[in-house]
Design a protein around this ligand. Sequence first.
Ligand SMILES: Cc1cc2nc3c(=O)[nH]c(=O)nc-3n(C[C@H](O)[C@H](O)[C@H](O)COP(=O)(O)O)c2cc1C
Length: 266
Amino acid sequence: MILASLYFSPTGTTRKVVRAFAEGFGGERIENDITLPAGRSKALMDGGADLFVFAGPVYGGRSFKLLTGTIRKLEGAGRPAVCIATYGGRHYDMALADLYEAATAAGFQVIACGAFIGEHSFSRNIQTGRPDEEDLAVARGFGQQVRGKFEAGSLAAMASEAIPQRSVDLDAIGMHRERLGHLTPNRPAPDENCLHCGACASVCPLGLIDVNDSDAIKPGCLKCNTCVKTCPVQSMQFRQEAFKEVAKNCEETFGKEERQPQVWFG
Ligand SMILES: Cc1cc2nc3c(=O)[nH]c(=O)nc-3n(C[C@H](O)[C@H](O)[C@H](O)COP(=O)(O)O)c2cc1C
């Protein structure tokens, strides 16, 4: 049995969940990691897969268009798919519905979906260290359950009404539209401790950082914080008040809330 995954995962939490799922499912694996520009320049590998996994982080309650746009270009031909959203402890809102919609538009049958917890991109103090060993055990178990359904011949497509979703409500955590607007131009910058090692440039999913000059950061930052979390000397940081305020607000409102992974089947 061949499992093909297609995922976007700047800070790597989604990648861990996808790999644990694939381990549980077993068989041959094909990975399409479209996080970095280099990954997106390659042709997608299908390999005649029996099962597809589409996975990515929740951004503002939605799935990232770069991921859903890529899913739409595939040829599902009625094959089964699993959708996984990884979120930083607030909520997944419409993200699974977005993945479902893209997968079904491409001709896949979504047979299961899952929402997993990942340390929040904005801060190490929100859902710290997730997915942890217990989360990954759930992801492996999820893969085993899907494998069991294949073997029992009991795969059933999920109807759109069965996809867990709720309307995006960022007001609940004080992130109303106006405040988010202030956040848009914010981007990180290195301070005088920068080693010019290029680590930040090599992990920016949008390729916005010049590898020879980490001060030259183009606009369009996603706020994925991968460069911030990767910098070996913590030189790369967001220093704008708007971003710091939102990150603090997230830490205070749901940073320590108890959240567990959830899975659903057709
Ligand atoms: C711009 C942005 C918006 C986000 N919005 C949400 C959100 O609406 N709800 C939530 O729970 N987490 C949110 N997160 C956190 C990520 O979904 C979470 O950290 C995820 O695990 C990151 O996945 P990755 O490690 O695969 O990049 C957001 C992160 C970023 C960068």
